[in-house]
Ligand binder design. Structure first.
Ligand code: ACO
Length: 337
């Protein structure tokens, strides 16, 4: 097993963060009128009370633009300072062009190139690693890393087992080179396990099953999942990847100021934190207000931590994610501002 951090090159840090959710709220009570469910069941089994949903015509790049522009402003930069844009999303506006291209145009980042990262609920940790390593390598001074999803565009609102779980949202960070001795991103660890593909996927719309009357009639353009398999995998792998990155960096759970897990289900986060021995007071859970926004959950959680005064410069933070694929990710960092 690797014993040294994977981060290479010069130190880099998260210089700013911003988030955006669409104004419209879909509550558990609203869902009670749409499918055979109850507010009590959803809250008890998932921790979700409400989620934000876009209006028709609003796409992932629109949410990404709002979060991205504000993150750039908070970094004290302009869009022209951005060298690379990495967008984590499983709901791109279209199959192509990439959402990164659409965002680049919408925010006017005239000197940036960029690309999308498809890693479902791990997309933010993957995009953060990709973007930050391009800055660490000296290829760019500033990367704009975005996690954004319009999950409502691929959710079947007649399927109670999935429609209660997801929401729409976006989060963005600017990653820049850190001054010597200043807080920085410390390490990352990622895994994929393609054997888990069938447990969580959108079966049609790609090259395997191009859209057809049959795929539409069979509702194959929506999220399908085996909830219990995903649940068990998420608890096991969140613990495993967190333990591995902490051991490699000789960090104990009590050293962490904040444990920020992907927000898929309150019970997944609490079970993983308990197995790890992370004090529940150091765990951020905000799924109640947003549901699972896929690539946006981690920046949305970090944003709440900042607003609640639970995150300050120099704090040791562990980000963890598990998502469709399966994808697994973790990033260990000292908070940079
Ligand atoms: N309202 C009421 N009853 C429901 C609902 C609902 N919305 N959904 C399912 N049920 C019923 C089921 O039909 C079942 O009824 P039965 O016992 O009569 O058959 C019963 O509730 C229990 O169903 P389970 O699937 O066993 O419920 P579970 O406790 O596993 O919770 C859940 C389901 C919430 C989906 C859970 O498995 C889960 O969170 N899994 C993780 C999946 C996930 O979050 N994926 C998102 C992306 S991947 C990621 O981020 C890790």
């Amino acid at each position: 097993m690797r014993t040294t951090p994977r981060c290479a090159g010069r130190p880099v840090y998260i210089r700013s963060l911003a988030t955006y959710v669409p104004p419209r709220v879909l509550t558990n009570r609203d869902l009670e009128k749409m499918v055979d469910t109850t507010d009590e069941w959803i809250l008890q089994r998932t921790g979700i009370r409400e989620r934000h949903i876009v209006d028709p015509g609003v796409a992932t790049s629109d949410l990404a633009k709002e979060a991205g522009l504000e993150a750039i402003r908070r970094a004290g930069l302009t869009p022209d300072d951005i060298g690379v844009i990495v967008v984590g999303t499983v709901t791109p506006d279209m199959m192509f062009p990439s959402t990164a291209c659409l965002v680049q145009h919408k925010i006017g980042a005239h000197h940036a190139w960029g690309f999308d990262v498809s890693a479902a609920c791990s997309a933010f940790t993957y995009a953060l690693t990709a973007g930050s390593q391009l800055v660490a390598a000296g290829c760019h001074e500033h990367a704009l890393v975005i996690g954004a999803d319009v999950m409502s565009s691929i959710i079947d609102y007649t399927d109670r087992s999935t429609c209660v779980l997801f929401g729409d949202g976006a989060g963005a960070v600017v990653v820049s080179a850190a001054a010597a001795g200043e807080p920085s991103i410390i390490d990352f660890e990622h895994e994929i396990d393609g054997s888990g593909g069938p447990a969580l996927c959108m079966p049609a719309g790609g090259s395997l099953r191009p859209p057809s009357r049959e795929t539409v009639e069979q509702r194959m353009h929506y999220v399908k999942q085996d909830g219990q398999t995903v649940f068990k995998f998420a608890v096991r792998k969140t613990e495993e990847i967190a333990r591995r990155i902490m051991e490699r960096n000789r960090i104990k759970p009590e050293d962490l100021a904040l444990f920020v897990s992907h927000q898929a289900n309150r019970r997944i986060i609490q079970a993983a934190a308990e197995k790890l021995g992370v004090d529940q007071g150091k765990v951020i859970i905000n799924i109640e207000r947003f549901g699972n926004t896929t690539a946006a959950t981690i920046p949305l959680a970090l944003n709440d931590a900042i607003n609640e005064g639970r995150l300050k410069k120099g704090d040791l933070v562990l980000l963890c994610s598990v998502g469709a694929g399966f994808t697994v990710g973790s990033v260990l960092l000292r908070w940079g501002y």
